[in-house]
Design a binder for this molecule. Structure first.
Ligand code: SAH
Length: 352
């Protein structure tokens, strides 16, 4: 049987694995065993599965696959310890994940799409265009292949902030969260998982109604509809007002604070008028602001408005943050990590 025809087990949830084993006339409990091997013991090989008979292991090895991605490169940032992982899919696409060490945690930033359809003007991934959604196996394997490299216990947090828009690939995102947080996976609690979105109100509501009430980050970038529409075209379809209404309900129902991501762009969103409007906006719901210095996308040679974007200078970022703090808003400034290996926010892009 050729490789393409094999049944992909990586990415199946427990109930889907149960269905699979029932369909090949095996007892349901096999599903728990394989689930535990794949996602808890980080196994990529049926020969590890010693609690399954050799005969069945051979059958499974001949007809099923346990690997959705190939790790093809790792780059280390000497200055910060950030590591960028490059993966290849079965159809020859490349995607990236980034492991970001911090004092007491290690956060893995994962991708949900090959490229991104949203075309945000400040983001390198947007500039590379959109190819396709990732499968659940491809999302989960980013975590498992990094876990194999550094040790599963070393990954303490997952953020859906790599390439793509997780709420467009919603079902996949949700199933991957189900796997990451499953008790058999001995993985992560939902409070250590953050989904970042550019804003799709009905999907935010759907996520709220699911049992996976993960943390939500919202790419705000401007408190003004018109400016936001210019730098994030998706705002023309789903307005800031609609998003804020959905985010407010999400925050109140899940008892979490929304993180507003705010990439500082000189003269675009760093003016006093922005401080004033942002402060008003933040008084409407439980939230905090995460300021991200704008990482250059010049390596993509962009045209149009993207070519004109400049970072707000460092001192001005701090002044901006101080003004917001004076209005009782929680503000963090994310130190840029990994820009020496193009692994910082919005720099993930692969030339096809
Ligand atoms: N599509 C999702 C997740 C991916 S982006 C979203 O929009 O939230 C992760 C974060 O990095 C977003 O807040 C994004 O706006 C920000 N970002 C993108 N490009 C950037 C750049 N060049 N410099 C700094 N931050 C950037």
């Amino acid at each position: 049987m050729n490789k393409e025809k094999k049944t992909q087990l990586k990415g199946l949830t427990l109930s889907e694995l149960e269905e699979f084993f029932v369909s090949i006339e095996q007892p349901k409990f096999r599903a728990q065993q394989v689930f535990n091997w794949m996602y808890n013991h980080v196994s990529f090989d049926f020969s590890d599965m010693q609690n399954i008979s050799k005969e069945l292991r051979n059958i499974l090895a001949g007809s099923c696959s346990l690997k959705a991605l190939n790790l093809v490169g790792v780059q280390d940032s000497s200055s910060t310890g950030t590591k960028k992982y490059l993966f290849e899919t079965h159809d020859g696409r490349k995607i990236e994940s980034v492991l970001i060490p911090d004092e007491e945690r290690n956060t893995l930033c994962i991708s949900t799409q090959v490229g991104c359809p949203l075309d945000c003007k400040f983001c390198a991934t947007g500039l590379m265009g959109y190819k396709r959604n990732l499968s659940v196996g491809e999302v989960v394997d980013q975590y498992l292949l990094v876990a194999k490299d550094v040790g599963k216990d070393k990954i303490t947090n997952i953020v859906y902030m790599g390439m793509g828009e997780p709420l467009i690939n919603y079902d996949t995102t949700l199933k991957s969260i189900e796997i990451f947080t499953h008790e058999l996976t001995k993985g992560l609690s939902r409070t250590r998982i953050t989904v970042s979105t550019a804003g799709i109100p009905h999907k935010i509501k759907e996520l709220m109604e699911s049992k996976f009430r993960v943390k939500l980050a919202f790419s705000l970038h401007s408190p003004f509809e018109e400016i936001r529409s210019r730098i994030m075209p998706i705002n023309q379809k789903y307005s800031l007002q609609e998003n804020l209404a959905a985010l407010k309900i999400y925050a109140l129902k899940t008892r979490t604070r929304i993180t507003f991501e705010y990439t500082m762009l000189k003269d675009v969103n760093d003016r006093d008028a922005d401080v004033k409007e942002l402060s008003k906006l933040c008084s409407r719901l439980p939230c905090k602001i995460n300021i991200i210095p704008f990482n250059s996308i010049k390596h993509m040679s962009p045209g149009g408005i993207s070519a004109e974007l400049e970072p707000t200078p460092h001192y001005a970022i701090h002044q901006f943050a101080e003004k917001l703090r004076n209005n009782n808003i929680t503000v963090m400034i994310r130190e840029t990590q990994g820009d020496d290996i193009a692994a910082a926010c919005g720099q993930l892009a692969i030339k096809f």
